[in-house]
Design a protein around this ligand. Structure first.
Ligand code: GTP
Ligand code: MG
Length: 293
């Protein structure tokens, strides 16, 4: 770190499915944030610390911006708002596959437009066709085309953020990877598997709580509860003779072992927390918070 080091908290915002979490994972060089082809997979802020040379970026991934339909959505929008509020730089992602993709105007749904410097990234450059690229370049002349999948445009995007990052000391040691505890990423890994293995609405009804994370035990013992909203969902999640929950456990265990770098014993439980996505008290008990209106 030198006198001219730069450090910025960067809120990554945009509509659902724009590629925000994929970008965080690419920058972090590790699969930390949940990624899904289905929208609204991220529900809370996810932080990764990226230190490269004289620059440290504290990247904060956020839930997609949308019109909230129920209390969980409101909590998700609060998360996005908190991230923008606490940021030095806003990185707005335009979904590069959609010529009509929403732009930074939709940030107004959270409140007055932030005065922080803003960088616009146009995602998925590896798949968007020339016509779409041209249309988006016209709409967002300052937008940086990039692909978190192929690395295309990533150095340019990093430089665009670096150039507006405040000059100042690093906030964290340069080998720190995140500000969040491992148990958070374990819960996200379980939710990601739920998105992959469960159909239709069911993964959206799953909330994961880590009940026990026994540091020092070998293998590392982790007990987690998967909350769903109804008895019928619980039956599907467990499956015939427990087949579904076993499959979830197997797939998640492999990911969690990669994350923690050691063998894991995963003890999964399924519980019904009636209608939790629409129940303010249940959401608060699960740790969701709401912006004061
Ligand atoms: N081809 C391609 N696909 C991408 C790229 N980035 C993301 N995707 C895909 O786009 C989909 C959405 O990606 P996410 O990273 O989950 O998007 P998000 O913006 O975090 O979505 P929410 O959390 O739901 O708001 C996934 O299927 C990703 O694999 C990219 O650079 N290229
Ligand atoms: Mg996401």
């Amino acid at each position: 770190m030198t006198n001219s080091s730069r450090c910025a908290v960067v809120a990554v915002v945009g509509p659902p499915n724009a590629g925000k979490s994929t970008l965080l994972n690419r920058l972090a060089g590790q699969h930390l944030a949940i990624v899904s082809a289905r929208p609204q997979s991220t529900r809370s802020r996810v932080t990764a610390i990226i230190t490269e040379g004289d620059t440290q970026l504290v990247i904060v991934d956020t839930p997609g911006l949308m019109d909230p339909r129920y209390h969980l959505h409101r909590a998700m929008q609060s998360e996005a708002w908190e991230a923008v509020d606490g940021a030095d730089v806003v990185l707005f992602l335009v979904d590069g596959t959609r010529p009509d993709a929403p732009g930074p105007d939709i940030l107004r749904s959270l409140g007055p437009l932030p005065s922080h410097p803003m960088v616009v990234g146009i995602s998925k450059a590896d798949v968007n066709d020339d016509e779409t690229k041209a249309a988006l370049s016209l709409r967002f002349p300052q937008g940086v085309h990039f692909s978190a999948r192929s690395e295309m445009g990533m150095p340019q995007l990093f430089e665009a953020i670096r150039s507006v990052a405040p000059i100042g000391p690093f906030h964290y040691p340069d080998d720190d990877l995140s500000t969040q505890p491992m148990r958070f990423f374990v819960a996200e890994a379980l939710r990601e598997v739920a998105f992959e293995l469960l159909e239709e609405e069911l993964p959206y009804a799953v909330h994961v709580e880590i009940d026990e994370f026994r540091e020092g035990s070998r293998p590392l013992y982790i007990r987690a509860t998967l909350h769903v909203e109804r008895d019928s969902q619980k039956r599907i999640l467990i499956g015939a003779k427990g087949a579904q929950i076993r499959a979830i456990g197997q797939a998640a265990r492999a990911r969690i072992e990669t994350l923690v770098g050691e063998a894991v014993y995963l003890d999964l439980w399924v519980k019904v927390l009636h209608n939790w996505r629409r129940d303010m008290a249940a959401l608060q008990r699960l740790g969701f918070t709401f912006k004061q209106e």
